[in-house]
Design a binder for this molecule. Structure first.
Ligand code: GAL
Length: 681
């Protein structure tokens, strides 16, 4: 993991699209950026048609001027390759590079992301524009970071993809028999007798094959990664000292396994747009930030930097694996119905929430609000109203605040609790007809994270292959797919003294989405000391009383004990007296099993109890509900972030130097919606 060249302290800025504005505006932009203490901007993300107006004819003059102006203003540049938005001439010239939907419809030009990543013409054009940019700007003093593409995530089902998918399958399985076996080809006569018969999963008469759909998602992730790596290597060859990254987009539709990708980026960069306007926005922010930090850690361990015995001096920033909030919305939360204007102070709180969990700064989409185009009403640091606006004044004050916080960049978040995260389980649950429409991987993982967040624990996410032994507690929510290897690593973790809590629908199937028979959860039965004979999916209106006074919902199971002891039971109905929550001592550790969905408060209480028994303490027990407390630390120092998400003032009895004021305090008084960062003493 590496840090933008020439930048110290926290990054602040965002996407800057000067190509949308006359040149007279550019010096004003730089002047306003300086006023707001912006130090990094992403330039050129969607500028392909301005950079290469005709095939092979480049126009860099305008970009030269912009980069010079930024450099003169002391602002560093994350220079983007514009490959997420090919120009109209490209699509007309190469109609075979336009993407085909699962319904077989070839899309037309007219938006962004309208390309097929497997089309040779697209890949060649992307390489050419990346090389042209690298050659032009390799020595430009403003260049701090390469920002490849934008939010890789498009899928195509064309003939180019069919060829690439078959090649990927050959590499993964070797022979066709193994594919047929992994995909349960004997079901509905889907046994393939020649490679050419295999196609990307297109629209078909009835249900598709879940294992094929799962492998297709894996393939798309690898195919997009190959497109990224191709550009990265060209950029690295031209500028070995400039780090390269791409910004991740999060969402159920995204066919990218970000943990896997993180081995290939020099710093993990995420875009984050919460989808709720209430306290859910803050919970989603913590979730995304914890994920990003965990991907960075995973990438550092599995990628190039992690493989070297010790990173060369200066390569790794001191604060642990690098990650950066690359985009967020300055002044709105977009819901399906409307764009909600963020309340004063919320942009600052959201930004600090990311920094608290390890982000090396706060970046936004975008610098100046567009005056036309598809996102004309998206918010910006400089809104349509111009700099004489509340939004810009908050941008200026955030810049000043971040400048005062630069010392926190040395600190790492140390989580003692981890949640398993697995893109393949998510994809498999989307592809399979499940016993309940309410069974939703992302919702299950979020519920566990929310419970720990509300209990005051920072949480890491782990994926298969990550070291588990440093955690006091590991939670597996709906970890549908578990390979033999992963199961044995989880077993080793518990045997060595780890505490584990598994929730329903984990360990059900192997890595090919084939159910493990003999009783659920096949991969973890012995570890949990239970055997589940039957599922009982519940109507969303039903609540099952439990013996501890809480209720179960959405899901219940017939759990047989094969070594575990019951801790909480079902009361009444079909499952009366049977266990809902069990505990099993295994080696030196403990394995819990939860067979139903608890409401948020009892789930928080359960995880708080289990974490405490495991030896994990919350960050700041003195913080009131609604006050988020997160600590970053080094061996010598620590910084406590306190974010008051309530609409009342809160006082937290902790002492240290308040970095906003420089004054030592023995208690922190947070105004409604306010924040503080303490250097602890
Ligand atoms: C991001 C994207 C930006 C912009 C933004 C709007 O996902 O990278 O280019 O579209 O969404 O919220």
């Amino acid at each position: 993991m590496r840090w933008p060249k020439g930048l110290t302290g926290l990054c602040y800025g965002g996407d800057y699209n000067p190509e949308q504005w006359p040149a007279e505006v550019w010096p004003t932009d730089v002047e306003l950026m300086r006023r707001a203490r912006v130090n990094l901007v992403t330039v050129g993300v969607f500028a392909w048609s301005r950079l290469e107006p005709q095939p092979g004819r480049y126009d860099f003059d305008w970009l030269d001027r912009v980069l010079d102006l930024l450099h003169d203003g002391g602002i560093r540049v994350a220079l983007a390759t514009p490959t997420a938005s090919p120009p109209p001439w490209f699509s007309l010239r190469h109609p075979d590079a336009l993407p085909v939907t699962a319904d077989g419809v070839r899309l037309s030009h007219g938006s962004r992301d309208t390309y097929c990543a497997s089309a040779p013409a697209y890949r060649a054009a992307a390489r050419e524009i990346a090389v042209a940019l690298a050659e032009r700007y390799r020595d430009h003093p403003a260049l701090a970071l390469w920002h490849v593409h934008n939010e890789y995530g498009t899928t195509c089902h064309c003939e180019h993809v069919a060829v690439a998918f078959r090649a990927w399958l050959r590499a993964r399985y070797g022979d066709l028999d193994s594919v047929n076996d992994a995909w349960t080809g004997s079901f509905w006569s889907q046994h393939y007798s020649g490679w050419e018969q295999i196609r990307p999963p297109r629209a078909t008469q009835y249900l598709g094959n879940p294992s094929q759909l799962l492998d297709f998602r894996r393939f798309v992730s690898d195919e997009l990664l190959a497109a990224y790596v191709e550009q990265r290597d060209l950029l690295r060859a031209a500028t070995p000292d400039v780090p390269v990254t791409t910004n991740y987009v999060l969402g159920g539709w995204v066919p990218v396994d970000h943990a896997r990708w993180s081995a290939e980026v020099d710093l993990v960069a995420i875009d984050h747009y919460p989808a709720e306007i209430g306290p859910g926005a803050e919970e989603q922010t913590a979730f995304a930030a914890d994920l990003a930090r965990s991907w960075a850690r995973h990438g550092q361990r599995t990628g190039r930097a992690g493989r070297t015995a010790g990173p060369p001096e200066g390569r790794n920033p001191p604060g642990g694996p690098a990650w950066l909030l690359m985009e967020s919305a300055p002044n709105l939360i977009i819901t399906p119905d409307r764009m909600h204007a963020k309340e004063p102070g919320r942009m600052t709180r959201h930004s600090l929430a990311h920094v608290a969990r390890g982000s090396r700064g706060a970046m936004f989409f975008q610098w100046r609000a567009s005056r036309g185009g598809a996102e004309v009403f998206h918010s910006a640091l400089v809104p349509h109203a111009g700099p004489d606006s509340r939004a810009f004044r908050e941008a200026v004050s955030l810049g000043a605040l971040l400048a005062r916080l630069s010392e926190v960049d040395a600190g790492t978040v140390r989580a003692r609790v981890a949640i398993a995260w697995d893109a393949a389980s998510w994809w498999a649950l989307q592809a399979t007809v499940l016993p309940s429409a309410q069974l939703d991987y992302a919702a299950e993982v979020s519920a566990a994270h929310r419970a720990l967040y509300r209990a005051g624990h920072p949480t890491d996410f782990v994926t298969d292959g990550d070291d588990l032994f440093g955690y006091a507690l590991l939670v597996l929510p709906a970890l549908y797919l578990v390979s033999d290897r992963y199961a044995s690593r989880i077993r080793d973790y518990v045997a060595a003294g780890g505490h584990l809590l598994v929730s329903y629908f984990s360990g059900i199937a192997d890595e090919h989405a084939r159910v493990r028979v003999g009783g659920y959860p096949g991969a973890l039965r012995d570890l949990l000391g239970i055997r589940v004979e039957e599922f009982h999916p519940l109507d969303p209106t039903i609540r099952l009383p439990l013996s501890d006074g809480s209720t179960g919902r959405l899901w219940a199971e017939t759990v047989r004990l094969t070594g575990a002891t019951p801790s909480v039971g079902y009361l009444g109905g079909l499952l009366d007296g049977q266990p809902a929550l069990t505990r099993h001592g295994y080696g030196d550790g403990v394995a819990w099993y939860l067979s139903t969905r608890l409401d948020d408060d009892p789930y928080r209480d359960l995880l708080a109890r289990v974490a405490e028994a495991a030896g994990a303490a919350p960050t700041c027990p003195a913080a009131q509900a609604g006050v988020e407390a997160v600590r970053r630390c080094t061996a010598e120092a620590s910084w406590l972030f306190l974010l008051n998400h309530t609409d009342a003032p809160q006082t937290v009895p902790v002492s240290g130097v308040d970095l906003f004021t420089g004054v030592h305090v023995d208690r922190v008084v947070l105004p409604a919606g306010g924040c503080a960062v303490l250097r602890e003493t």
